[in-house]
Design a protein around this ligand. Sequence first.
Ligand SMILES: N[C@@H]1[C@@H](O)[C@H](O)[C@@H](COP(=O)(O)O)O[C@@H]1O
Length: 235
Amino acid sequence: MDIKIFQSAQEATEEAFRLLAAAKEDGATTFGLATGSSPEGLYELLRASDLDFTDAYALNLDEYRGLPADHEQSYAYFMQDKLFKAKPFKETFIPNGMAEDPEEEVARYDQVIKNHPIDFQILGIGPNGHIGFNEPGTSFEVTTHLTDLAPATIQANQRFFESEADVPKQAYTMGIASILNSKQIVLMAFGEAKAQAVKGMIEGSVTEALPASVLQTHENVTVLLDQDSASLLSH
Ligand SMILES: N[C@@H]1[C@@H](O)[C@H](O)[C@@H](COP(=O)(O)O)O[C@@H]1O
């Protein structure tokens, strides 16, 4: 793992942009994208850039079950709003939160990932160490699946909804095995609320109890931190 600690989230975000642009320059055509506040600044930089994605593919990590693509809190809506409207891709993919048959949806998305192996994957991290929506305890072997959200995740994501009751309780997510297949991974984590998870991910043992710790086993991972998220690291 390449750990880079910056003075601010903004500086770390600028580094994420540089890494993505360099990967693109080197031929990356398929980008794994994440939602949440961590990559928002990156999407802002991409929108303002002159990078052209009309020959590129975007695959998102996850989607809430039960939210249609035009729901303001759906990840499909987030991606349109924050990136795709301004920066069109050749094709974009995201699990369908309204799919009638979860098994079919999971199989469909696994096929999408198989057809479009990811060159460059952006990740955030949940305060409990989740990546995508792979919650603590999820097997490292699984690919796309429907998961029950951990109570801590429902609580953390409540800020985007009117009340806790409005937060979906399930989500589709790429699995750890799918994420590890990406050629290059860049994880962004900012703020004190992430410090414990960041410490576990980098300095703890590789354990399903802290899903992001599996990234220690991948050969091309860069972790971009600000002072607060890095504050519990031993050196
Ligand atoms: N499923 C998403 C994750 O992909 C994201 O990394 C995490 C952190 O979000 P934030 O960046 O807003 O802290 O939250 C959500 O639960």
